[in-house]
Design a protein around this ligand. Sequence first.
Ligand SMILES: *Cc1c(COP(=O)(O)O)cnc(C)c1O
Length: 393
Amino acid sequence: METAGELAPSARILLGPGPSNVHPRVLKTLSTPLVGHLDPEFLRVMEETKALLRFVFQTKNALTLPISGTGSAGMEACLVNLIEPGDEVIVGVNGVFGTRMVDIVERCGAKAITMEVPWGNVFTPNHLQDALNSCHRPKLVALVHAETSTGAWQPLEEIAPLVHQAGALFVVDAVTSLGGCPLQIDAWGIDACYSGTQKCLSCPPGLAPVTFNQAALDVIHERKTKVQSWYLDLTMIEKYWGEERVYHHTAPVSMNYALREALRLIQEEGLEARFRRHQRNHMALAAGLNALGLPLAAQEGHRLWMLNSVTIPPGIDDAAARRQLLENYNIEIGAGLGPLRGKIWRIGLMGESSTRSNVLLALSALEEILQKQGYRVTPGAGVGAAQAVYAAA
Ligand SMILES: *Cc1c(COP(=O)(O)O)cnc(C)c1O
C-alpha cells in the first residue's frame, strides 16, 4: 500500500444534526501535551469539568461527569444503571432517539411501555397520564427534550410532577438541547439526564455529560442485580471521578481538555446570551425558509432553535441538492432519518454554527440550488426575510 498522505479536511460549515463547528480554542487544546489520567494536573481538569457541567446543567448534583463515549453512551449509562430486569419503563417515541431508548430498555430485560405521537409532534401531560394509567408501577419515564430527527421541542416542566406523583424517576435526553436552549435539571425536577459534546456544546464527539440526583443515586445503590454493562457501571465510574480516584478505565485525556475549554467558552458567553443567539438565528432562518416556500416540518409552537427540519419541495432531488451544498458551498445539512428520509432536510444551528453569516449563507445557497433544479423563488426573498428579523431584533 502507498503511504497515506497527511489529512487535510475541508473547513466545512457544519449545519447538520451534529457535529457542529468547533471554536479554535477547543481545537487548540486537542494538540496540547498529554498528562497521565491520574496526574494531579488532570485531576484538576476533572474537577473543573464537573463544576462547569453543573453550571450548564443548572444543577447541584454531585454525580455530574462526562461518560467516555458519545451521546448514545450517555443514553445507555442512564438506562442500564437505573433499570433492572422486569421493571416497567415508559418511553416517549416521536422520533429516532425514542426508538433507540426502547431498544436499550428491552435489552435491559425491562418492559417498555411506549407512548407514541406522530414524528415531529410532542407529548402533553394527558399522553403521559394515559401511559401511567396503563401500567402498574413504572420505574422511570424517559423523554427526549430535543428530538434531533424531527426538530420537535418537548416541554418538560409540566411533565415532571406527574412522573413523580407516580413514584417514577424522570430521565431526559438533552443531547441536542444542552447549551442551546433553557434546561434546568434541579428546578424542573429531572432525576437523570444525559447529553453529548458535539451538538450545542460545540466540542468534537466523544464524551457524554450525565447528571444524576440523589433519588436516582439511591435507585442505583439499592439495585438487586449488577449493572449489565461493566463499562458504564456508575458505581465504579463514580469512584473514578470522585474523591477515591479508583482506576476504572483511562479517561480520554485530550477529549476532556476539549470539553473543559468548550464549557469555558459557554461560561464566558453566558447561558442567557447563548440561548438568545440560538433563538434569534432560528427565527431568522425560519423566516427565510418560509419566504423560499420551505415550511418547517415540526409541530407549530414546538420547534427547536438548534435543529430546523424543513419539508423538501416536490420534484427536488434530495441527495443532489445536499451534494451541491457540500461541494459548492462547503455546507453540510442533514438528511431525514427513517420514515422522513427524502421528505425533510435537517438544518442545524448548534453552538458555534449558530451565526448570522451561516444563516444568510445557507439561505442564499439553498435558493441557488433549488433554482438550478427548476424551483421558482423570488430572488433574494429568503435572505431578505432573514435580514428583516435581524433588523427588528
Ligand atoms: C445525537 C443524539 C443522540 C446520540 O448521540 P451520539 O453522539 O450520536 O451517540 C442521542 N439523542 C439525541 C437527541 C441526539 O440528537
